[in-house]
Design a protein around this ligand. Structure first.
Ligand code: HSE
Length: 432
């Protein structure tokens, strides 16, 4: 667009997301300029790997391996960070903010670990830091929590925010295959990394939940506050048994506010089959937010991938660019301090699914129900499965009424100590 000064952008990181962002910024340049009323110019891209310049199709003059070429360029007013991790990205973002540049990032680890410090720094230097792409890929959820739902007191978030694990549990549930086979499929399709720990142990989801809960409850939540269990203990029979009780199993990220305390946890959960979240399959994500005014609202869509993620990034860039163009002051970043207590997992009250292998003889169920009863845990239903003739073992699956986690864990230890109990195969919390 001629005749008006453009807004210049620096892009850090030319991996799959960065490459797509550069394609969108250049490919949609005319449409973005019309929307903005001036050009949005990709001034420079950064990657330590020169080969990325070729694979991303970046012309020589738009590429550098030296971050200073972006950080020290006074014409660049917005830095997009898609490097990931919290080492280089952390230093670059801090430096960009200190130099008065606005920042757009997709980096959930960084925001989850350093939000209070980065927000305070951004306020001090009167710049914005936006991070819509850090949770849920192309699903708008950060802006709704910050703005559109701000009249609400939010009581809970239930979310499927890791596509890799949702793909794995969907395959296990639908095809009756075991965890290792489903993980291999996910790796073959590029949904899971060669080292999948970050996803399957729930680490990625815990960063995202920390960000959502921080915004929803307006309190500092550190990643280590989030109680976390991954999906590797699940076996295909868990899905069959859960279905018999009318439930699906998902890796759920849960945040709840009760009085002046909040609970934040990521773990496999049984969900009633008729709940919308139970029907979110494959790599899709969904976030259900319950507000006192709205009731439940659900955000659903593609939670990862270059195109959805670049949608969130470029929209954040446009939001900042529009304010720059209009000469508006940046939106002050809300200060984040700890104003709520984190409820220890031992204090939560929930229902449980317990799967165990026991001796197949008289009196076993009586011993198990005595332990549960002594710990004030009431059985809602129980089934016995797959009695193995040769080893004289049985599989017992129990659903409980709500019980306190500390009581459940005590009962688990006591049941494990029984000679008739071979193993507690899984203990899964239920979200009704
Ligand atoms: N590994 C993440 C997922 C990608 O599976 O959802 C986006 O954070």
């Amino acid at each position: 667009m001629s005749g008006s000064k453009g807004i210049e952008v620096g892009l850090m990181g030319l991996g799959v997301i960065g490459s797509e962002v550069s394609r969108v910024l250049r490919g949609k340049a005319d449409a973005l300029a019309v929307q903005l009323g001036c050009d949005l110019l990709l001034k420079k891209t950064l990657d330590c790997d020169v080969s990325k310049k070729i694979s991303a199709g970046i012309p020589d003059e738009l590429f550098t391996t030296n971050a200073d070429d972006l950080l020290n360029d006074p014409d660049i007013s917005i830095i997009i960070e898609v490097i990931g991790g919290d080492t280089h990205a952390y230093n670059y973002i801090k430096e960009a903010i200190t130099k008065g540049k606005h920042v757009v990032t997709a980096n959930k680890e960084l925001i989850a670990k350093h939000a209070p410090e980065l927000f305070a720094l951004a306020s001090k230097h009167r710049v914005e830091i936006r991070f819509e792409a850090s949770v849920g890929g192309g699903i708008p959820i950060i802006s709704p929590l910050k703005q559109d739902l701000q009249a609400n007191k939010i009581s809970s978030i239930h979310a499927i925010i890791n596509g890799t694990t949702n793909y794995i549990v969907t395959r296990m549930a639908k095809e009756n295959i075991d965890f290792t086979a489903a993980l291999k499929q996910a790796q073959k399709l590029g949904y899971a990394e060669a080292n999948p720990a970050n996803d399957i142990e729930g680490i990625d989801a815990s960063y995202k939940l920390a960000i959502l809960a921080m915004l929803a409850f307006r309190t500092e939540i550190r990643p280590e506050d989030v109680y976390r269990e991954g999906i590797s203990r699940l076996i295909s029979r868990d899905f069959l048994y859960a279905r018999e009780f009318g439930y699906a199993i998902k890796l759920l990220a849960i945040a709840k506010q009760e009085g002046d305390s909040v609970q934040v946890r990521v773990h496999p959960s049984l969900l009633p089959e008729d709940m919308l979240l139970a029907e979110v399959d494959g790599v899709f994500n969904a976030i259900e937010v319950e507000g006192d005014l709205t009731g439940k609202v659900i955000f659903y869509g593609r939670g990862a991938g270059p195109r959805p993620t670049s949608s969130a990034i470029v929209s954040d860039v446009l939001r900042i660019a529009r304010d720059i163009k209009l000469g508006l002051n940046p939106k002050p970043q809300a200060e984040v301090t700890r104003v709520k207590k984190i409820m220890p997992i031992a204090d939560i009250l929930t229902r449980y699914y317990i799967r165990m292998t026991t001796a197949d003889k008289a009196g076993v169920l009586a011993q198990i129900s005595k332990i549960l009863g002594d710990n004030s845990i009431s059985i809602a239903s129980a089934i016995q499965k797959e009695a193995d003739e040769k080893s004289k073992t049985a599989e017992i699956v129990i659903m409980t009424h709500p019980a306190q986690e500390s009581a459940m864990q005590r009962a688990r230890r006591e049941m494990e100590a029984l000679s008739v109990v071979k193993s507690i195969g899984n203990l899964i919390r239920v979200e009704d």
